[in-house]
Design a protein around this ligand. Structure first.
Ligand code: NAD
Length: 249
């Protein structure tokens, strides 16, 4: 079933992890897909690769213009590029707060701003933002990161309201702990990466991490005409982390 036949999609942060899995899934399902990334060197056909920094407005506008020209229009924006930050409010100085907000929040705003004129011309326009359970979960040692994802959640709702009458749907996914190169880097930094991975898996209700392909599946659903009546929602893809209360064994 090719849900995306004839549709054109742009995926930010599409060279790695969740973005890469999403770009590949949309292309498998029939979409023409462009990837926008800081380092798109690993991205090859059938994906179109564009280098851009979502923290730099001029670079976003140039890459979106090139991507839309290559795709022949735009129906789907997957606003996914993001970076992590650890610590409490006492740990990160102001410039770090500005830097991470600039990528995780304003980066999505910049990309959306550049894409909206093209999305208005589409008959199946959808935006999917990659948020996180950190937006609503109260995770320790994640003050800055969680604040950016709370902003992404609010941005999703506000954009959904602003553009619903233009036929543009806006939703977000809230992944839990996903087995991507990002999480791999965090584990590699631990004293005993294998033990740290085992402990992380044991904390998941599913007993394993979420896969990038599983998040891509949720993004694809929210991006596809199959979810045509869904806008302003957050879809959890967290292996039950937030919704389930398991009894301790
Ligand atoms: P990843 O590090 O594997 O991939 C992120 C991609 O974004 C990379 O290709 C990177 O080059 C690109 N990128 C980073 N900064 C950029 C910038 N300024 N401009 C353009 N591209 C940039 O990470 P991932 O785990 O796939 O995370 C993707 C998204 O998912 C992020 O928004 C992250 O907050 C979110 N998320 C991840 C997890 C997880 O457990 N991995 C959980 C919840 C949410």
């Amino acid at each position: 079933m090719n849900d995306f036949e004839g549709l054109r999609a742009l995926v930010t942060g599409g060279a790695s992890g969740i973005g890469r899995a999403t770009a590949e899934l949309l292309a498998e399902r029939g979409a023409a897909v462009a990837v926008l990334d800081l380092d798109p060197s690993s991205v090859g056909e059938p994906l179109l690769a564009h280098r851009a920094d979502v923290a730099d407005d001029a670079s976003v506008r140039a890459a979106v213009a090139a991507a839309v020209a290559g795709l022949g229009g735009l129906d789907v924006l997957v606003n996914n590029a993001g970076i992590g930050a650890r610590g409490t409010v006492e740990d990160n100085p102001d410039d770090e707060w500005h830097r991470v907000f600039d990528v995780n929040v304003v980066g999505m705003v910049r990309t959306a701003r550049a894409c909206l004129p093209h999305l208005r011309a589409s008959r199946h326009a959808a935006v999917v933002n990659t948020c996180s359970i950190a937006a609503t979960a109260g995770l320790p040692q994640r003050a800055l990161y969680s604040a950016t994802k709370g902003a992404v959640h609010a941005l999703t709702l506000a954009m959904a309201a602003d553009h619903v009458r233009e036929g543009i749907r806006v939703n977000c996914v809230n992944p839990g702990t996903v087995d991507t190169p990002w999480v791999g880097r965090l584990l590699d930094a631990a004293a005993d990466p294998a033990a740290e991975r085992a402990a992380l898996q044991a904390r998941q209700p599913l007993g394993r991490l979420v896969t990038a392909a599983e998040v891509a599946g949720a993004i694809a659903y929210l991006a596809s005409p199959l979810s045509g009546a869904t806008t302003g929602t957050a879809l959890a893809v967290d292996g039950g982390m937030q919704g389930l209360r398991l009894r301790p064994e």
